[in-house]
Design a protein around this ligand. Structure first.
Ligand code: NDP
Length: 479
C-alpha cells in the first residue's frame, strides 16, 4: 500500500476528505504516495486556523521568526539530495535539476530569515512644524498561496518564506499533480517551532481548495503561479472582493541570436533555455529569433546538439531531459506538433514519443524551423520540449518580433555587440532580460516577474517581495 500523506491544519496532521495518487512520470508503475485532498470545509478550517494565529505571529518576536526560517532553510539544504530526488520522482526533472531546485528552496528560506531582521521603515520631517512622519510596513493577514507543479519546491518556498518572514499566516495549496515537495516543506515547518495555525497545508483540487481560498473574505491576499486562464479567473474573483492579488503566469519567451553571436554560446543558451526541465518552465525560450547571417549555422548546430541529448528516466545518471509531467501535458505537446506542421513550419528534428525501460511520458526535443511569429506555435505557451526558429533580417526586426507577444516574462539576446546588448536591455518589453545567458535560470535574491500577460501585481523574490506581503502605514506624531 502506498504511503499516506495528510494535510497540516492548526498544528495537526489531518486526513483529507479523499486522497489522490501521486505518480512518477518517468515510471508510471511507481506511486510516490497518496496525498490528502481537502474539501471546502477543510479548506475553511485551515483559513480559520491561520486567522486565529495571525495576531500573535504578526506582533511576536522577530528573532523567533528569523530563527525558524533559518532552521527550515538549513534543513532543506542539508536534505537537498533526498528532497531533490523526491522532486525528480514526482515531477520528472533530472536529478541534478531536482537537487538544484531543492537547494534553491533552502537558500530562499535563509534569505528571508535575514530579511526578518532587516525590515526597515522611513522617518521623515513633516511639512507641519513639530510633527514627525513615520512610514512602516505591516503584515497583511492570512495569505492564500496557490502553486503549480513545475517548480514544486522552489515556488512554494518563494511564497511561504516571505509570507511568514513579514508576519503573515499562510494556507498553502500546492498543485495536485506534484504535492510531495510542498508536503515535505510542511513537515519541516511542523518541527521548526511555529505556533499552530501559522502555516497550514491544504492539498486538494484547485477547483475546490483553490477556489475556497480565493472566495473567502478572511483570506486577505492571494499569491498565485500557474496558467494564464486560471490566473485570470482568480484575479477577477479576488479583485471583486478587493483582496490583494499577485499572479505569475505564462511566457512565450524570445531568445534573439544575432549574426555576431558566439555560436557555442548561442547553441548552449537555446538548448538549455528551451529544452532543459523538459521545456516546462515559464521562462523557457520557445521562440528562437535568429538573424539571417547566422541562421543556417545556428539551426544545424542546435539540431546536432539535440540529437546527442539523452531523454530518459529522470532518476538515471546521464539523463539530460526527463519525461513530460503527465499524459495530458504530453497530449498538449503532441497537439502543438501537429498544429505547427499544419501551419507550415518545418519539424526539423524530434517530436517523437519514446519508449524507455520504464513506462513514462517521453518526448524527444522538437525543433521547428521556417516558423513565423504569427503562428500559434509562436504565440501560445506550449510548456513542453518544443521550440521554433523564426528568421529575422536584422537586429531591428528581431527586437520587434521579440516584443510582438502578449507575454513579457523573460527575453534573451546572444551577441558580442555592446551596442545591441545595451539597446536590447533598454527596449525589451520583458520583466527579465538576459544577455548571453539562457532565458531560464534566475537568482533567488532579486525580483522575479514579468510584464503584459505574464504577471500581475508586485514582483516576487528578493527584497521586492515586501511590496506584496506587507502593507504600508504612515504615522504622524506631534511631540
Ligand atoms: P494551473 O493554472 O493549472 O494550476 C496552478 C495552480 O492553480 C494549481 O495549484 C491548481 O490546482 C490551481 N487551480 C486550478 N484551478 C483553480 C481555480 N479555479 N481556483 C484556484 N486555483 C486553481 O497551472 P499548472 O499547474 O498547469 O502550471 C503550469 C503553468 O504555470 C504554466 O502555464 C506556466 O507558465 C505557469 N508558471 C508560471 C511561472 C511564473 O512565475 N510566471 C512559474 C512557473 C509556472 P490543481 O493542481 O488542482 O489543478
Amino acid at each position: 500500500m502506498a504511503e499516506q500523506f495528510r494535510n497540516y491544519i492548526a498544528g495537526e496532521w489531518v486526513a483529507g476528505a479523499t486522497a489522490s495518487v501521486n505518480r512518477n512520470p518517468s515510471d508510471t508503475a511507481d506511486v510516490v504516495g497518496e496525498y490528502a485532498q481537502a474539501d471546502a470545509a477543510q479548506a475553511k478550517a485551515a483559513i480559520a486556523a491561520a486567522k486565529r494565529a495571525f495576531p500573535a505571529w504578526a506582533t511576536g518576536s522577530i528573532q523567533e521568526r528569523a530563527n525558524i526560517l533559518d532552521k527550515v532553510g538549513a534543513e532543506i539544504l542539508a536534505r537537498r539530495d533526498e528532497l531533490g530526488t523526491l522532486l525528480s520522482r514526482e515531477e520528472g526533472k533530472t536529478l541534478p535539476e531536482g537537487i538544484g531546485e531543492a537547494a534553491r528552496a533552502g537558500q530562499i528560506f535563509r534569505f528571508f530569515a535575514g530579511e526578518v531582521v532587516r525590515m526597515a521603515g522611513e522617518k521623515l520631517a513633516s511639512v507641519r512644524p513639530g510633527v514627525d512622519v513615520e512610514v512602516t510596513r505591516e503584515p497583511l493577514g492570512v495569505i492564500g498561496l496557490i502553486t503549480p507543479w513545475n517548480f514544486p519546491i522552489a515556488i512554494p518556498a518563494w511564497k511561504i518564506a516571505p509570507a511568514l518572514a513579514y508576519g503573515n499566516t499562510v494556507v498553502c495549496k500546492p498543485a495536485d499533480l506534484a504535492p510531495g515537495c510542498a508536503w515535505a516543506i510542511a513537515e519541516i515547518l511542523s518541527r521548526a517551532g511555529l505556533p499552530p495555525g501559522v502555516f497550514n497545508l491544504a492539498m486538494g483540487r484547485g477547483s475546490v481548495v483553490g477556489e475556497a481560498l480565493v472566495d473567502d473574505p478572511d483570506v486577505t491576499a492571494i499569491s498565485f503561479t500557474g496558467s494564464v486562464a486560471t490566473g485570470r479567473g482568480i484575479a477577477a474573483k479576488a479583485i471583486a472582493r478587493m483582496a490583494k492579488v499577485q499572479l505569475e503566469m505564462g511566457g512565450k519567451n524570445p531568445l534573439v541570436v544575432l549574426d555576431d553571436a558566439d555560436l557555442p554560446t548561442a547553441v548552449n543558451c537555446a538548448v538549455q533555455g528551451s529544452y532543459y526541465s523538459t521545456g516546462q518552465r515559464c521562462t523557457a525560450s520557445s521562440r528562437l529569433i535568429v538573424t539571417a547571417g547566422i541562421h543556417d549555422r545556428f539551426v544545424a548546430a542546435v539540431a546536432d546538439k539535440l540529437k546527442t541529448l539523452r531523454v530518459d528516466n529522470a532518476l538515471l545518471a546521464g539523463t539530460d531531459i526527463g519525461p513530460v509531467v503527465d499524459e495530458s501535458q504530453l497530449d498538449v505537446d503532441c497537439k502543438y506538433l501537429e498544429v505547427g506542421q499544419a501551419e507550415g513550419a518545418r519539424l526539423l528534428t524530434g517530436g517523437e514519443r519514446l519508449q524507455r525501460a520504464t513506462d513514462g511520458y517521453y518526448l524527444s526535443p522538437a525543433l521547428f524551423t521556417e516558423a513565423s511569429n504569427a503562428m500559434r506555435i509562436a504565440r501560445e505557451e506550449i510548456f513542453g520540449p518544443v521550440a521554433c526558429v523564426i528568421r529575422a533580417k536584422d537586429y531591428d526586426e528581431a527586437l520587434a518580433l521579440a516584443n510582438d507577444t502578449e507575454f513579457g516574462l523573460s527575453a534573451g539576446i546572444v551577441t558580442t555587440s555592446l551596442k545591441y546588448a545595451t539597446h536590447f536591455k533598454r527596449h525589451s518589453q520583458a520583466g527579465m532580460v538576459m544577455v548571453n545567458v539562457p532565458t531560464a535560470g534566475v537568482d533567488y535574491h532579486v525580483p522575479f516577474g514579468g510584464r503584459k500577460g505574464s504577471s500581475y501585481g508586485p514582483r516576487e523574490q528578493g527584497r521586492y517581495a515586501a511590496e506584496f506581503f506587507t502593507t504600508v502605514k504612515t504615522a504622524y506624531t506631534a511631540a
